[in-house]
Design a protein. Structure first.
Lengths: 143, 236
């Protein structure tokens, strides 16, 4: 399955009506404004999301059906929990600027975990000695 | 079938080696079909025509061409670059978001560069003696295309990836799966099927590798970098 089909099937289609072009729809989801439960507009520009066939989770508290929104925990808690379950999963960390479509990657294997960030992400072998910030903190949570 | 290439009688399976002068920067798997596709694009200026002209065997869009293997690597380290737009250069207005009056949101000037300012990039640089690929196809045409290539990888204009010369010789594998059963390039899991111990990752598997539509769950080669054993390390 293509990266964007995965994103739309397990996440995006719960947030907008798909047009059938997964690439275009994915870009719209990443850049669109949602209305949070307080009635204010908010984009996917803070917090985290985990996209998974077993149920996707979003920290942002917006009304949506089919995914868990307003999920509790830090991004490291959420990513560690996702990596304890069977893969695949997409680990998304939002930070001010929206993620670009070329920054989305699905993690299929613990030997090549990818946390997607606006700067391109961090890729690591979960069992190896931590080097990057996400790897180090996820390992801390998992210990 | 065999044929004569550069004075040697060659089969259709061949090994291409680039003898390197300077360290190289690869940000992806750097497959031979990707390299040849880029060269042919320069010549033909058409993406589809360039990919159709790649002189390598392909099966269902998958080229029989390996990812780059870096041999005798002595160092691997991060290096940073600063890329900046020059405020004194003209930028087409259609490349800049505009307000309701049709004017750019931000003025780009020497005093106010704001969003158009510098961007920091970090790459991993490998100092390798040789970079090699194996493939199946028309070796004559491949070496002909590569003879004019004097640098490969990213940041060539900064002196990285300079090639001294190219060599071709006969090979045993087809550039897809090695004789040890390990994958030599990104191959979609759907094509290869289950049962492989190689790492699975989200990767581009056919050119154009920059096109996100060409990404899928793939088995990818790992351990493609062979570090040189230094005297110091060997005696440790």
């Amino acid at each position: 399955m293509n990266t964007y089909a995965f994103f739309m099937d397990h996440f995006g289609r719960h947030l907008l009506r798909p047009t059938g072009d997964n690439l275009v729809d994915t870009e719209r989801v990443l850049n669109m404004s949602f209305t949070n439960r307080a009635g204010k507009p908010q984009r996917l520009a803070a917090g985290w999301a985990v996209v998974s066939p077993r149920g996707s989770r979003l920290q942002l508290d917006i009304p949506a059906q089919g995914i868990e929104t307003g999920a509790a925990g830090t991004r490291f808690d959420a990513f560690a929990a996702a990596l304890r379950e069977p893969l695949p999963a997409m680990l998304l960390a939002f930070d001010k600027k929206p993620l670009g479509i070329d920054q989305l990657f699905v993690t299929y294997d613990l030997r090549s975990v990818r946390v997607c960030t606006k700067d391109g992400g961090e890729t690591f072998d979960l069992a190896a000695d931590p080097v990057g910030m996400y790897h180090r903190n996820i390992r801390k949570v998992m210990q | 079938m065999s044929k004569k290439i550069w004075g040697f009688v060659m089969g259709e399976r061949f090994r291409i080696a680039a003898v390197m002068v300077t360290p190289v920067i690869f940000t992806a798997h750097a497959t031979l079909d990707g390299l040849l596709g880029a060269l042919l694009f320069d010549e033909l200026q058409d993406v589809d025509a360039a990919h159709a002209a790649i002189p390598l065997r392909s099966t269902d869009g998958l080229f029989h061409a390996s990812a780059a293997r870096l041999l005798a690597v002595t160092t691997a380290r991060k290096i940073g670059f600063i890329a900046g737009l020059r405020a004194s250069h003209d930028i087409a207005l259609d490349q800049i978001e505009r307000n309701k009056h049709g004017e750019p949101h931000k003025a780009l000037g020497l005093a106010r560069r704001s969003d158009f300012g510098n961007v920091a990039n970090a790459y991993t640089v490998h100092a390798a003696t040789v970079i090699e690929w194996t493939a199946e196809g028309d070796g004559d045409r491949v070496i002909e295309l590569l003879q004019g290539v004097h640098a490969i990888g990213k940041r060539r204009n900064a002196g990285f990836g300079e090639v001294l010369n190219w060599h071709i010789e006969q090979a045993d594998d087809d550039g897809v799966v090695g004789i040890d059963g390990r994958v030599l390039r990104p191959i979609p899991v759907e094509i290869l099927g289950p049962g492989y111990s190689d790492v699975a990752a989200d990767a581009g598997w056919r050119p154009a590798y920059w096109n996100p539509r060409h990404r899928a769950a793939c088995y990818v080669p790992s351990g493609r970098i062979e570090f040189a054993v230094t005297e110091e390390a060997a005696s440790a």
